[in-house]
Ligand binder design. Structure first.
Ligand code: BGC
Length: 458
């Protein structure tokens, strides 16, 4: 069915998100694949065929569209597109082109992420994000993606969770190359910001307008930024309050400030010296929207020690409702961080929000309660324009392997069958209700009463 472009422009994006390495399968030319082969993943797992999305993408997108979604966030796999430096794989580009076309046919506005945690091995072997050549490699890659796929894409996310990938790779050791070298973390902050800004400018220069079915959606470029509600473990402890604030500034605020031209404060007391300033980003807003990924809160504890940082970041507590990976369910933190993000006066997309919940016991209420926080935030003037649930499908959850189940659709890894969870049905119902209310962005507020009364069976 052809719908005229005008009628089909969605005013609130209801979506789900995935990333290439977590779903596609056999991304064997990137740094994660190599790291997995070293036995670094829990239970010795490896991503292997992942969810076989490479072969099943049409059916997967159909599942998304049948829920009533009107957008889909995915990432392109750099190591497939440029498996060797300067060698481009035309077939891989064609596959993404087909995926984007399929999205269009199904009424799903594509949001394309350029870099979601995985690097081509050739990039990683030359120093990855800590290499001074990183921005040049990234921009060359961006240029190719824009040339080959760009005409049909309005929504761009340059980097998924630049802070998480920096911390995971160079401080916390939970992503390759899994070292603790603050100097590399410092350089990564600089190179990632520079890469983002150069890509931001390039996309806007080369793509004044998208030619997709939704050509009236302006080209928008941003990052997806992970935020966590950091609180002192013991609220009476001055040092823990101070530490929680330092971590909040570093982890939550530094990227938001940097892409809105409010300063580049990439440093952490006693750990990481100030990163060099990216001249191209100074005093400029280099994001058309803020992508917010919110999952949980964390407690900051002062742990005096003779070596290393005297701080421990913990998640759940005895008796608290937590996900299968131990993250507390805490929608209030979402509200707090949304109101902080709202102060930047940019449109906001919730680029990820979800829960690891094998039996789908907690997810229905989690979904309802986090959506309610969005409604409340919008009522107080925070310009949230879309919500992407993480994730469309169960998938390869990085160092934790396949055990955590984040999907709206369950995946049976013996035959790759997908089954809708109760949450998927609930999400479908909420979206339908929103449309019934007129489907206008300003009417999102009317959803509140509906969400309030919605039984999640929990
Ligand atoms: C990442 C996803 C990940 C999710 C759940 C986010 O930090 O962008 O790739 O699967 O969190 O851990």
């Amino acid at each position: 069915m052809m719908i005229s472009a005008k009628n089909s422009t969605p005013n609130f994006l209801w979506g789900a998100a995935t990333s290439s390495h977590q779903v596609e399968g056999y991304n064997d030319k990137n740094d994660w694949w190599a790291w997995e082969a070293l036995g670094k993943i829990e239970r010795g797992e490896r991503s292997g065929p992942a969810t076989d999305h490479w072969n099943r993408f049409r059916a997967d997108l159909k599942l998304a569209a049948d829920l009533g979604l009107n957008s889909y966030r995915f990432s392109v796999e750099w190591s497939r597109l440029e498996p060797q430096e300067g060698c481009w794989d035309a077939e891989a580009f064609d596959w993404y082109f087909e995926l984007i076309q399929e999205c269009e046919q199904l009424g799903l506005v594509p949001m394309l992420t350029l870099y979601h945690f995985t690097l081509p091995l050739w990039v990683a072997e030359q120093g990855g994000m800590s290499s001074e050549r990183f921005p040049e490699w990234f921009v060359r890659f961006t240029r190719k993606v824009v040339e080959r796929l760009g005409s049909r894409v309005s929504l761009w996310c340059t980097i998924n969770e630049p802070m998480v990938v920096t911390v995971g790779s160079y401080l916390g050791k939970f992503m390759p190359p899994a070292v603790c070298e603050p100097e590399k973390a410092r350089l990564a902050c600089y190179h990632l910001l520079k890469s983002h800004v150069l890509a931001y400018d390039l996309i806007h220069r080369e793509l004044p307008k998208s030619q997709s079915r939704w050509s009236e959606i302006p080209v928008q470029v941003g990052i997806a930024h992970n935020v966590i509600d950091f609180v002192p473990d013991r609220s009476w402890s001055l040092i823990e309050r101070w530490l929680a604030e330092q971590i909040h500034q570093f982890y939550n605020m530094s990227w938001l400030d940097a892409v809105t031209g409010r300063g580049q404060r990439f440093s952490f007391p006693l750990l990481m010296a100030q990163a060099p300033v990216v001249a191209e980003a100074q005093g400029r807003v280099t994001a058309d929207y803020l992508g917010i990924n919110y999952y949980t809160r964390a407690r900051v504890r002062f742990t005096p020690t003779l070596s290393g940082l005297p701080v421990d970041i913990g998640f759940g507590r005895e008796g608290e409702q937590v996900s299968d990976v131990g993250w507390p369910v805490y929608p209030q933190g979402f509200q707090k961080l949304l109101s902080i993000a709202g102060k930047y006066q940019l449109p906001i997309y919730i680029t990820e929000n979800g829960i690891a919940d094998h039996d789908d016991d907690l997810r229905p209420a989690y979904l309802r309660d986090h959506l309610r926080e969005i409604v409340v935030a919008r009522q107080s003037g925070v310009d949230v324009r879309g919500y992407y649930h993480w994730s469309l499908l169960d998938n390869f959850e990085w160092v934790k392997g396949f055990e955590p189940r984040f999907g709206l659709f369950k995946v049976d890894y013996t035959n790759f069958e997908r089954t809708a969870t109760r949450s998927a049905r609930l999400y479908q119902e909420i979206i339908a209700q929103h449309r019934a209310l007129g489907g206008l962005a300003q009417n999102l507020g009317d959803l509140e009463g509906f969400l309030e009364g919605l039984s999640t069976g929990a």
